[in-house]
Design a protein around this ligand. Structure first.
Ligand code: DON
Length: 597
């Protein structure tokens, strides 16, 4: 990979029901359980890791593996994946491709792909060094702790809908920064495919058309969003060509002038003018002072493998590390999909999310006991609290929560073996629903990821604490988990990530475990049913039809509350080292695609 000097623009920081038993029986059970839980060598793959998946589970049929000898791009849209592969064929490396894919997703996958949001990128060069770049949005300088509360202290919808919901966007600065440090092709060349897709249009598929239709009522409240995404009053129909001239012009300006036009030039003026139309608070000074941050990755050793993921301001790496570290002590893990397996997953997830929601936040604002949280010793403490056959309740809280599809992940490997893992978001579908008039792009509603009021759930049901309270210029805590996994020989093994709010963390973690613990091939590991526990609400959430009746009954006997979702969870886009090249898999839960060469 071309390794130019850092551009100098970024800052570096490191930084139910209970089962009763007699006491004697408990002691015997606990001893046997602890013995079974001692860490051990990597376990041999079971004969049929899918034996406990319900027969009617529909997703295995839709999961395709794409193989390629040189490079691979897997993203939420086949056109964006094609853009990335084309860039690599023209001599670009994985970072060039990542930047090209990021801009292209803004055009073809507008619900999540963005230049008005933020994200996180994990880069591993073929030499083996791993860095991450945090281009998360920040709170505007005029933001206040209680800005989303009504006089009774209740959280209003202003944190999710409209101008006030937007954080200062980071995506353009972050992608440009990654490119300045590692890119091999000129910046304008990697932005060009996105300009072309916006200017000449692309054929809209059913999934994207339906998604705009679902958001139409809210998009229609904002004139620039209505004219951009509802041409003629409705979403572009499947099979029609969707052209976005304003966005093409914006992207052309960024390609010609570089990222500062977005933060200090006429695009910044357009953002501020849009804010003034809708009582938003982002100023020119907020935009001019935005900086992405290079950070060291979170490193987790799991059964001889090395897992690299995103540090705070994302909670993804730390929370996943805690879950994996707890699970590592259970060797082998119980068979996939059995009551004991789901119980252990849920109890590990619960404990990690308790820490996440209470302790994590922007490292520039909060001291976090990361060394302790990431240690195997602490994982042992957590593991010993887990009862072998009984749920540990978290304080009660009832509520439904959303997932959304407004985040997107893409994974890239180039012919030299450089790997890039990127997750980026607008937060909710189509973000704040506000399009910057004349500029053709949506603004995020990332401010809802802050703790708007301690103890009150956000749109994902996350009940968070003071560490993530709103403060001027602070990054809101994220769950995004872009991840890279090495095999015991130190070779690149997997690149993966997902959208899904808090389920991002548990989705990524389960796919890793499905491969490493259960011996699944990538296709099955991605398609297999997933579960989720985030401490509050105190429930195991499972995908529709994802657990066998016997598993549900067993979990209920352990005292777990279970909730079946009416939607699938997450959308993994992943790459795996095959015997003779790379294997790419786009989750059948979404409309993505893998393109290799
Ligand atoms: O950063 C976060 O954790 C959230 N803003 C992610 C939102 C998300 O994944 C929703 N859609 N899939």
């Amino acid at each position: 990979m071309t390794s130019a000097e850092p551009s100098g623009r970024a800052v570096r920081q490191y930084g139910g029901r209970r089962v009763r038993r007699s006491d004697g029986a408990w002691v015997a059970l606990t001893v046997a359980f602890i013995a079974a839980c001692m860490p051990g060598p990597r376990v041999p793959a079971p004969a049929n890791p899918l034996a406990n998946v319900p027969r009617a589970w529909p997703l295995f049929d839709g999961a395709e593996e794409v193989s390629a000898a040189n490079g691979m791009v897997v993203s939420s849209h086949p056109l964006a994946s094609q853009v990335g592969t084309d860039i690599m064929r023209r001599g670009g490396n994985a970072v060039d491709a990542a930047v090209a894919v990021g801009f292209a997703l803004t055009v073809v996958h507008a619900r999540a792909g963005n230049i008005g949001g933020g994200g996180f990128m994990v880069i591993r060069s073929s030499r083996g060094d791993v860095v991450t770049i945090d281009y998360r949005e920040v709170a505007p300088a005029a933001a206040t702790r209680d800005m989303y509360l009504d006089p009774q202290g209740r959280v209003t919808d202003r944190s999710v809908l409209g101008h006030l919901a937007a954080g200062v966007p980071g995506s353009v600065a972050g992608m440009a920064e990654a490119h300045a440090r590692y890119g091999a092709l000129p910046f304008s060349e990697v932005v060009r495919p996105a300009i072309q897709l916006a200017r000449e249009g692309f054929i809209v598929d059913r999934l994207r058309s339906n998604s705009i239709t679902q958001a139409a009522a809210l998009l229609a409240r904002f004139p620039a969003s209505a004219s951009q995404y509802l041409p003629g009053g409705a979403a572009p129909s499947p099979g029609s060509r969707f052209v976005q001239p304003d966005l093409a012009h914006t992207l052309q300006s960024i390609a010609d002038s570089g990222p500062r036009v977005f933060y200090e030039g006429y695009i910044a003026d357009s953002i501020v003018a849009e804010m003034q139309r809708g009582n938003g608070i982002i100023t020119k000074a907020d935009l001019a002072s935005y900086r992405p941050i290079w950070r060291d990755p979170i490193v987790v050793h799991y059964r001889g493998h090395v897992v690299y993921s995103m540090p705070p301001a994302s909670s993804g790496g730390v929370t996943m590390a805690e879950i994996l570290n707890v699970l590592e002590g259970f060797a082998p893990l119980p068979a996939f999909g059995t009551p004991r397996h789901v119980h252990l997953l849920a109890e590990a997830m619960r404990r990690a999310f308790v820490d996440r929601n209470r302790l994590l936040g922007d490292p520039a604002f909060v001291d976090m006991p990361l060394r302790r949280l990431l240690s195997k010793r602490y994982a042992g403490e957590l593991r010993r609290q887990i009862q072998p056959a009984q749920a540990t309740p978290t304080p009660s809280f009832n509520g439904q929560f959303n997932e959304g599809h407004s985040t997107t992940h893409y994974s890239i490997v180039d012919a030299q073996g450089n790997a890039v893992s990127v997750t980026t978001t607008l937060n909710s579908d189509y973000g704040s629903k506000v399009t910057v008039a004349g500029a053709g792009f949506l603004l995020n509603n990332e401010m809802d990821d802050f703790t708007a009021a301690p103890g009150q759930p956000n749109q994902y049901g996350l009940v968070q604490g003071e560490a993530n309270a709103i403060e001027p210029s602070k990054r809101m805590l994220s769950a995004m988990t872009p991840t890279i996994v090495l095999n015991p020989a130190g070779e690149l093994l997997m690149v993966l990530g997902s959208p899904g709010g808090p389920r991002i963390i548990t989705s990524v973690m389960q796919v890793i475990s499905n491969v490493l613990d259960h011996g699944m091939r990538l296709r099955d590991a991605v398609a297999a049913p997933r579960v989720h526990h985030q401490s509050l609400p105190d429930e195991i959430v499972y995908e529709p039809g994802g657990l066998l009746p016997g598993t549900l009954a067993g979990l209920e006997r352990m005292g777990h509350t279970l909730r079946e979702r009416d939607e699938y969870s997450g959308e993994i886009t992943a790459i795996y080292r095959g015997r003779s090249g790379w294997i790419g898999v786009a989750d059948p839960r979404g409309g993505g695609g893998a393109v290799g060469y």
